[in-house]
Design a protein around this ligand. Structure first.
Ligand SMILES: O=C(O)CCC(=O)C(=O)O
Length: 340
């Protein structure tokens, strides 16, 4: 196994903006214990587990709160059978309220030295246990190519306790000083992996409900494999100084989850809805050049029958704006799957 250092614990710096900033500049990440009350996190976990159970993701022989996966239903984003269940989880109103919890926005305000924008778009992840023939683990990547805009910072929190073996996140400490690294098609976020030796030193740790990991958009990171029987649930949200440009893709709901009116339709309360609409934002288009390079490479690989291109091909089918590209990708997916 690769050697992992324990995270450096920055909890003691929590109220000191300049010290948090200095630690982020040095390590590229902050690990903070007990940022949110465990009961707030566990309440969201309970809500999402009920929805996961209704969608058939959980083992019916175990109590729902144990979160044991029904391995026969194992799937991952952006497959349609994943999205069918996931939409209901992502739209959950208490989940949405976590990233705009006053403790969280105040923390980022202290780090930035100015008001923070919590991106309306965020990710909620459900990682099924690793199985013999399929790996659900998030590969090594940086976020900048996906998030765009000016510099942003991620907040990663598991929805419940997350020991290392349940697929905790790991960061390459110090990897944020070398800019955007070259990528290749793979199974990492957005169907891309880093193609060069990883700078820095890997660090990880065991999370308790309420613990938080914060990292910059060029800090290299990955998940550890989920070797338990449970689905690993987490969310990751992005924050930036309010005065800086934000890519327009961060202002829309998660792909495949409808528009904001649809997201909010089932909510019981209106607080937390459209909170960014009255803010003085400077939206800019996402720099798509990284995706265009990925897609050209994925098409070439898929033409050669290389299954490593499958994740990127799926993303083109689900998310590309060009009908021509989507049609070409759909054809290649059929051929890839026929070769199974
Ligand atoms: O939760 C995971 O598996 C990956 C999270 C991640 O890559 C991120 O927060 O950017």
């Amino acid at each position: 196994m690769e050697p992992y250092q324990d995270f450096r614990d920055s909890t003691a710096l929590l109220s000191d903006g300049p010290a948090l900033r200095a630690r982020l500049d040095e390590d590229g990440y902050l690990f903070i214990r007990g940022l949110l009350p465990p009961e707030t996190i566990l309440n969201v976990r309970t809500r999402l587990l009920a929805k996961a159970a209704a969608g058939g993701w959980l083992d019916t022989a175990s109590p729902i709160e144990a979160g044991i996966a029904n391995q026969a239903a194992a799937c991952k984003d952006p497959e349609e059978r994943y999205m069918r269940v996931f939409r209901n989880l992502w739209m959950d109103e208490e989940l949405h309220r976590l990233r705009i919890h006053p403790t969280v926005t105040a923390l980022f305000g202290r780090i930035f030295g100015e008001p923070a924008l919590a991106h309306p778009m965020f990710v909620q992840r459900n990682i099924f246990p690793q199985s013999g023939d399929f790996d659900f683990t998030t590969g090594i990547h940086q976020d900048r190519v996906h998030i765009g805009g000016a510099t942003s910072y991620a907040l990663w929190m598991p929805l419940g306790d997350c020991p290392r073996e349940k697929g905790a996140l790991a960061v390459a400490a110090g990897s944020h000083t070398t800019g955007i690294l070259q990528t290749k098609v793979g199974s990492g976020a957005g169907g891309m992996d880093i193609a060069v030796p990883i700078p820095g030193t890997w660090a990880t740790g065991a999370f308790k409900a309420g613990d938080a990991l914060i990292f910059t958009d060029v800090t290299v990171h990955k998940a550890l494999p989920n070797r338990t029987r449970e689905i690993r649930m987490s969310f990751d949200a992005r924050f930036q100084p309010l005065s800086q440009p934000v890519a327009d893709t961060n202002l829309v709901p998660y792909s495949g989850c409808g528009d904001w009116d649809e997201v909010y339709a089932g909510w019981e309360r209106t607080d937390g809805q459209y909170y960014w609409k009255d803010l003085p934002l400077s939206p800019v288009p996402l720099d798509r050049s990284h995706y265009e390079r990925r897609d050209a490479q994925a098409f070439e690989m898929a033409e050669r029958g290389e299954r490593a291109a499958r994740d990127a091909i799926l993303r083109i089918i689900q998310r590309d704006r060009s009908e021509e590209k989507r049609a070409r990708a759909a054809l290649l997916l059929e051929r890839l799957d026929a070769g199974d």
